[in-house]
Design a protein around this ligand. Structure first.
Ligand code: SAH
Length: 456
């Protein structure tokens, strides 16, 4: 079947400055991995001609050398190299979010998206007793658009946040994207490698808030924090497993000995450490994708929230432990063969929210996944749209507002396949003394987005 609208192949109305560009539909879905895969050769691979590839073939040459030296690699290792290799990785060099890039995301489609997320954080900050300071920590901020929209809301609600000390902390591996973020958020006035900081760059937002950049969540200082991960977890490396007559085997990437310069999938000849660690005995699917790095990051977020307070909001396309082969590539808003020209295309896989929930290990409560259209509706997107429509003078702007609303909300576009998921301290959902004195306190305010927003 053709891919649904929710994939990264839609063009941005926002980036088009209000003009409605054509929508490019993906051509066809990559063939699923249902056909039997060859077994990986036990010994070293023979030399291919990948070395001869030029220009964008640098990553392929690098991988071919590696594969020849030490045999096939896991899909996770391939994905990590292709996306974040410090010299040639896709995000390192291109990082193509946006109209002129390879894929488009909700914050790039409409400012309303980021505004409602900004309101979510303020609503949770109020529900948690208005702590005197908080860090907004975004993982994989892309062009910085989402943070920009959130900071605009914080600015508009200065009277509410006035006594609160807010700072922004961006976790970004791509030097290229961090530069774009710096221009977007600070006008480019940043200080690289500040002394006495774990950050690799710092600056001040146009609205006067300090911003810091890190490569890893572990470098972000501890403290009361609101975390945000929008289309971040889907970019992290996955392992792929196939059920065979001989049991579970891991899908690996190697060089095709028949076709020069071409990579192919093979199956591990026996079980790998990953098949042992990541496949549950009760698994019923025949093909499974697992993202251990996502698990590690969620564990870290949950530990930090348990210790220092705050909340995490994760938004991504994904499923609850039901889907099988979702690994795909995007280049220039079209589907792209994941094994072709690595480093030149975005690679992504659906997020398994059931796995994230498990990896929170009960340190925090979890909410969701809830569909994007329900979350945004609960956050008051209809009201916001009405206000913007009333305030916009011309027909073209009104049409643009309605179309971007449709893109975010329509179940056949982004409304159904994008999900929101949250980590919250247990005491946010259940009174700590509820067991002893069930009637002693007024009920806790519901968590916005996951319930209807109560505007007081
Ligand atoms: N959140 C943005 C961008 C999504 S693209 C949006 O929705 O528009 C994925 C982002 O994650 C990019 O900024 C990419 O450079 C970053 N990224 C990918 N892998 C990463 C990693 N391991 N650590 C930190 N950032 C990473």
């Amino acid at each position: 079947p053709p891919l649904p609208w929710c994939c990264r192949s839609v063009r941005s109305w926002r980036a088009a400055g209000g003009r409605l560009g054509p929508l490019s539909l993906p051509l066809s879905r990559r063939a699923p991995l249902s056909a039997p895969l060859p077994a990986a050769p036990p010994a070293r691979l023979r030399s291919g001609q990948a070395e001869a590839a030029g220009g964008d073939g640098a990553m392929l040459r690098h991988l071919a050398r590696k594969l020849r030296a030490s045999g096939p690699v896991t899909v996770a290792e391939y994905m990590r190299e292709a996306l974040t290799n410090p010299g040639q990785g896709y995000y390192t060099r291109r990082g193509g979010v946006g109209e002129s890039g390879d894929f488009i995301t909700s914050p790039e489609i409409s400012q309303v998206f980021g505004e409602l997320i900004g309101i979510w954080y303020i609503s949770e900050w109020m529900a948690m007793g208005k702590p005197s300071t908080f860090q907004l920590v975004e993982l994989g901020p892309g062009r910085g658009t989402l943070t920009e929209d959130i900071l605009r809301v914080f600015k508009q609600l200065t009277s509410v946040l006035s006594k609160c000390d807010v700072s922004v902390h961006l976790v970004e591996v791509s030097p290229k994207l961090s530069e774009i973020q710096a221009v977007m958020l600070t006008g480019g006035k940043v200080q690289p490698n500040p002394e006495d900081e774990s950050a690799y760059m710092k600056g001040i937002s146009k609205t006067g808030i300090p911003i810091f950049w890190y490569r890893d969540i572990q470098d972000v200082p501890p403290g009361y924090s609101f975390y945000l991960a929008h289309e971040f977890f889907d970019a992290l490396p996955i392992h792929k497993f196939q059920r065979t007559e001989k049991g579970w085997r891991e899908v690996l990437v190697d060089i095709d000995p028949e076709v020069p310069d071409q990579l192919r999938f093979v199956l591990s000849p026996s079980r790998t450490p990953a098949t042992q660690n990541f496949i549950q005995p009760e698994e019923t699917r025949d093909h499974v994708e697992v993202c251990p790095e996502a698990g590690v990051i969620v564990q870290r977020l949950a530990s930090r929230i348990e210790k220092d307070g705050g909340a995490a909001l994760v938004a991504d396309y994904g499923h609850d432990g039901t889907k099988t082969d979702t690994f795909r590539g995007f280049r220039n808003h079209k589907l792209h063969d994941v094994l072709s020209a690595p480093g030149t295309a975005d690679l992504t896989a659906d997020v398994d929210f059931s796995y994230l929930r498990k990896m929170a290990q009960g340190k925090t409560a979890t909410l969701g996944p809830i569909k994007q259209r329900e979350f945004l509706k609960n956050m008051g997107i209809d009201l916001r749209l009405q206000v913007l429509l009333q305030n916009s003078g011309d027909t073209a702007t009104r049409e643009q507002l309605l179309r971007s609303y449709d893109m975010l909300m329509n179940p056949e576009k982004m409304g159904d396949c994008f999900n929101f998921f949250a980590l919250l301290p247990h005491h946010r959902l259940v009174h700590p003394d509820k067991k002893d004195k069930p009637e002693s306190k007024s009920p806790l305010p519901p968590v916005a987005g996951f319930n209807e927003l109560l505007l007081k």
